[in-house]
Design a binder for this molecule. Sequence first.
Ligand code: NAD
Ligand code: LMR
Length: 340
Amino acid sequence: WSSVRRPRSAESRQIAQTAGQIRASTFKVAILGAAGGIGQPPSLLIKMSPLISGLHLYDIANVKGVAADLSHCNTPAQILDFTGPAELANSLKGVDVVVIPAGVPRKPGMTRDDLFNINAGIVRTLVEAVADNCPNAFIQIISNPVNSTVPIASEVLKQKGVYDPKKLFGVTTLDVVRANTFVAQKKNLRLIDVDVPVVGGHAGITILPLLSKTKPSVTFTQQEIEELTVRIQNAGTEVVEAKAGAGSATLSMAYAAARFVESSLRALDGDSDVYECSYIQSELTELPFFASKIKLGKQGVEAVIGSDLEGLTEYEQKSLEALKPELKASIEKGIAFANK
Ligand code: NAD
Ligand code: LMR
């Protein structure tokens, strides 16, 4: 969390002061699927942000109690609740950032792709409403399979004539959070210093941590690299199995989602020093969607940081080539679904 709340860079603080831009917190965030395992804890963390004035909680059920509970926290954001399709449009009016964790989670033995049949339709319906009510918002997709739900969202937005690829994000922050944690543990580093870029997608071998690009620079044995890579790729499954049928990661995901939202709000607020990894429309590889480090700005993706893909080790290069067929198939599945 401390890395989320890091102070503005001296440069951006200077710009804000020079321009006399001392602004009140006016950003509004909507969470679609807010009563769920993921929806509730990030709502709490996001309610703590000094950058927001309103938090809109939408779900098909059980959202009133969550909203009543959260609204008693003495932080500035006003909580509004919205239940069911009839209230979906109003939940989105005037919103700057939309977070979508709606949908079913995995049970042991399932892949993320096994969630496609239920979650694809949920994401399509919700993104249609986003397109109609807040087409300029940053849209952050958490619902799995992210490798397919983000392409679905892009097609829906295109069909509605409001697609801005710079504002559509698949949330892969949890992969970075896990990579940072596992590397710091393994190499006995201070967690706050560690940054591992994770590229590709968000499922199994499509999750590719670039350990050779770890900051600060660290030396790994080949065995450490292979063990860490596999652990990061299977970390979601590790949680699904530990929860034994009671769902997938919610608390670490809430932390990761809150970090990505806070980064987006800082960027919207004019901070010129905001970098995250995210799954976006991309020209970095031959695949139309790809997760990589990006620079966030007021208009969304301000730059794609391609340098992480330069000078890869042989293991990383091979892993990159190996993930492409699976990621391509997931992207095509999403696009076909949205256009059928
Ligand atoms: P959950 O079942 O606890 O909650 C899902 C919520 O979505 C429920 O409250 C449900 O009422 C709501 N919902 C269902 N249909 C809806 C609709 N049409 N409109 C609005 N809300 C609707 O599940 P969860 O643990 O919160 O997981 C949600 C999703 O997030 C899953 O698909 C899971 O795989 C995914 N996930 C992604 C990541 C990631 O890193 N991107 C991490 C963890 C989980
Ligand atoms: C995760 O990485 O924890 C999520 O994608 C949930 C899952 O199904 O593993």
